[in-house]
Ligand binder design. Sequence first.
Ligand code: BYC
Length: 345
Amino acid sequence: MSQPISGPPPMPVTDWLSAQWDDACALDPRGDARPDGGFDDLIAAERKIEPRDQMPSGYRETLIRQLGQHAHSEVVGMQPEAHWIPRAPTLHRKAVLLAKVQDEAGHGLYLYAAAETLGATREDMLAALLAGRQGYLSFINYPTLTWADTAALAWLTDGAAIVNQVPLCQTSYGPYARAMLRVCREESFHHRQGFDSLWVMMRGTAAQREMAADAVARWWYPALAMFGPPDARSTHSAQSMAWRIKRFSNDELRQRFVDVCVPQAELLGVTLPDPAMRWNAERRHYDFTPPDFGELTQVIRGHGPCNRQRLEHRRQVHEEGRWVREAAAEYARKHAMRNGGQDGT
Ligand code: BYC
């Protein structure tokens, strides 16, 4: 007789996040007809801007900047967890972590491809990353010290990514919004496996509980900082919101993330490292201590604990992969010549 499947109970999510997701997945209720006007009319009518539409150069540049940073975050973001793949405690955990890290490579690919529809080239974006002209999210510059870090990182930073990215499924640029739908489905598996791994550790030995609690305490503030500087100091938010690239401000999303996390932490039995955190009945949100934005600025400027190591590793693997890129380009060239000969083109 089959055994009942046991495991952690479902994670509480807020109605807000579910509503955002339902809206993003809903078929376009306005049908196929698009307004006749130009860019501003499409934005006002909540229609997607597509690659062949006219768009202000600032809109294009903002998207290339954000898509580049987003894609690099996925690709460089493979490093903190990849370290633990050969060190996973069981075959099951190893397979799950391997799948998650491979998904991140795929997310990078969708996002580079979305940026390419705006005229950017992958070569230029990667060159900008390696030269330090384009960045990636700050949390990736923190170390994963123990196995529990893979769980805390997934629960917290993938959780933060979901809160940020579900609204991005409704961003105004069509290829970005469509890429995000798929990314979010996969992120929810990443988040869930982190929760599951923490759940098991929190119900294990005292040493496992201590390791899990320590990892959660170290990842809490890097996760909160993922949402960027406070609204008053965010350089791009106002324009990005007017163009409906961003749908919510940095502080709004940070607050939503805290509201999503607290009931999940209670279920797990972990303590979030913020003594000031409490429910505010008037605001109907949790009060919390914001991250240290001075530290965020330092990490963005390249002075985080692992910035140098992450970029150095990226440069090394980029160099090691050179022969693959050259072989693929040569194959494509020969293939095009052969086809060109056959078609007479
Ligand atoms: N870290 O005006 P602001 C993942 C920069 S990967 C570093 O508010 P904006 C995962 C910002 O770029 C998913 N830099 O900017 C992977 C800007 O600099 P520049 C990653 C930051 O663009 C593996 C400046 O500060 N998700 O989840 O309106 C394992 C001023 O900021 C950060 C995304 O990338 C930061 N935390 O808003 C596990 C989401 N914050 O360009 C998990 C897509 C700000 O002027 N990106 N900066 O030099 C976004 O949603 C937005 O770009 C941000 C910033 C909310 C991050």
